[in-house]
Design a protein around this ligand. Structure first.
Ligand code: PLP
Length: 378
C-alpha cells in the first residue's frame, strides 16, 4: 500500500461483528474472561484496548516500524520513552526542540539523575565531542520548533550507531506522510498526534513507534506500568484525522509556500524560516530526506518585540494560540508562549528572539490567508 491508501486502510479497521466502516469505539475499562486465564485478547484498557490497537497498528505501518503505541499526550509519549533510561545516563538533544521537551529533560529528568547536553546537531565532530562514556540517547527533532531547522537524519544516525546510542526523533512537524525516519535508521519515533495527525484541534495525544522486538516489549511494559496510554475515544478521533492526512498536508504545504514567499518579499520582515525556500540553510537536506516541507512558517520582524506584538494584535483570520496542525491558521509568539520555559540566554543563542512569530498555516483559502497577513503587517 502507498502512503495515501495506508492513511485510510492501515490497521485492522473493519469491524468483525457488524461490518461497521468506521471502527467501533470500545469505551470499556475491562473485558470479560472466557475462562480462568483465557481472554479474547484484551483484559484491561490500560494494558491494551481494541480501538487503541487500530491506531497503534496504523502508526506502526505509516512509519514503517515494528509496533506503535498511543499515549494520552505527546509529552506522555516522551516521558515514557525517557524511562528507557536510568539514573546516571546522559542524553544529547537538539538545541531548539519543542519547549516542553526541553522542560522535561532539563527540569524533570535531571532530578532523576539523567543529564542532557543540548546542542545544534549540524556537525558530526560536534556531536562526537559531546558524547560521554554514559551517553545513551540522541534526541532529534526535524524540522525543529519554532525555527524549522533541518537535521541530517542519516548523518546523525551514523554517529549514534558508531557509539551505540539509541536515536529518538520527534516527527510531529513532518508526519510520516512527509518524512519516514525509520527508513533512515532511527530507532524510535515519537509524535504529538495532537497536531497534524489528528489535525482538527479537538484532541491531545501522543504516539511512539518502535523498530525492534526488545524496544517494543520495553515500551509496552512502560506504557502499562506508567499508565500513560490514550483513551479509546481520543484514539478514534486521531484515526479519523489520519484518513485525510495526505489531503491536509498537501494543502497546508501549498498555503505555507505562498505565505513564506509573501513574507520573504515584505520589507518589515527580517528573516523567514521555511525549509521549502531555497534560502533556508537546511533546504538541500530537507529535499533529500523529506517528501514535503510542511505547513509551519516562522519569521522575524525587523521591529523586534514591539512589531511582533502589533502583528499579533492585528491579525483577524489567524488566531493567537499555542499548538499547530489544525485547519485553522494560528499564530504564536514563541518567546512568551511555547518557549517561555526556556531561559532567555538559551532562547537567544538559538535565535528564538522576541521579534519571532510562528505561524501554523491552516487550510483556509490561500488569498484570505495572505490578505490577513497583508493587513496585519501593513
Ligand atoms: C506539541 C508538541 C509536543 C508535545 O505534545 P502534546 O501533545 O502537547 O503533549 C512535542 N513535540 C512537538 C514537536 C510538539 O509540537
Amino acid at each position: 500500500m502507498r502512503s495515501e491508501t495506508m492513511n485510510i486502510h492501515a490497521g485492522e479497521r473493519m469491524d468483525r461483528a457488524y461490518g461497521a466502516i468506521s471502527p467501533p469505539v470500545y469505551m470499556t475499562s475491562t473485558f470479560a474472561f472466557d475462562d480462568i486465564g483465557k481472554t479474547k485478547g484484551y483484559d484491561y484498557s490500560r494494558t491494551s484496548n481494541p480501538t487503541r490497537k487500530i491506531l497503534e497498528d496504523t502508526m506502526a505501518q505509516l512509519e514503517g516500524g515494528k509496533a506503535g503505541f498511543a499515549f494520552a499526550t505527546g509529552m506522555a509519549a516522551e516521558t515514557t520513552v525517557l524511562h528507557l533510561l536510568k539514573t546516571g545516563d546522559h542524553v544529547i538533544c537538539g538545541d531548539d526542540v519543542y519547549g516542553g521537551t526541553y522542560r522535561l529533560l532539563e527540569n524533570v529528568m535531571r532530578h532523576f539523575g539523567i543529564e542532557t547536553t543540548f546542542l545544534r546537531l549540524d556537525n558530526r565532530r560536534k556531536i562526537e565531542e559531546a558524547i560521554r562514556p554514559n551517553t545513551r540517547m540522541l534526541w532529534l527533532e526535524t524540522p525543529s520548533n519554532p525555527l524549522l531547522n533541518i537535521t541530517d537524519i542519516e548523518m546523525t544516525v551514523d554517529v549514534a550507531k558508531k557509539h551505540k546510542l539509541l536515536t529518538v526523533i520527534d516527527n510531529t512537524f513532518a508526519t510520516p506522510y512527509f518524512q519516514r525516519p525509520i527508513d533512515l535508521g532511527v530507532d524510535l519515533v515519537v509524535h504529538s498526534t495532537t497536531k497534524y495527525l489528528n489535525g482538527h484541534c479537538d484532541v491531545v495525544g501522543g504516539a511512539v513507534i518502535t523498530t525492534t522486538k526488545e524496544l517494543t516489549e520495553r515500551v509496552q511494559y512502560l506504557l502499562n506500568a506508567m499508565g500513560t496510554c490514550a483513551s479509546p475515544f481520543d484514539c478514534w478521533l486521531v484515526l479519523r484525522g489520519i484518513e485525510t492526512l495526505h489531503l491536509r498536508m498537501n494543502h497546508h504545504e501549498h498555503n505555507a509556500f505562498a505565505v513564506a514567499e509573501y513574507l520573504s518579499r515584505n520589507p518589515a520582515v527580517k528573516k523567514v524560516y521555511y525549509p521549502g525556500l531555497a534560502s533556508h540553510s537546511g533546504h538541500e537536506i530537507a529535499r533529500r530526506q523529506m517528501k514535503g516541507f510542511g505547513g509551519m512558517v516562522s519569521f522575524e520582524l525587523k521591529g523586534g518585540q514591539e512589531a511582533a506584538y502589533s502583528f499579533l494584535r492585528k491579525i483577524t483570520l489567524f488566531i493567537l494560540a499555542e499548538s499547530l496542525g489544525g485547519p485553522t491558521s494560528l499564530a504564536s509568539h514563541p518567546a512568551t508562549m511555547t518557549h517561555a520555559s526556556m531561559p532567555k540566554e538559551h532562547r537567544e543563542k538559538c535565535c528564538i528572539t522576541d521579534g519571532l512569530v510562528r505561524l501554523s498555516v491552516g487550510l483556509e483559502n490561500t488569498e484570505d490567508i495572505l490578505d490577513d497577513l497583508r493587513q496585519a503587517l501593513g
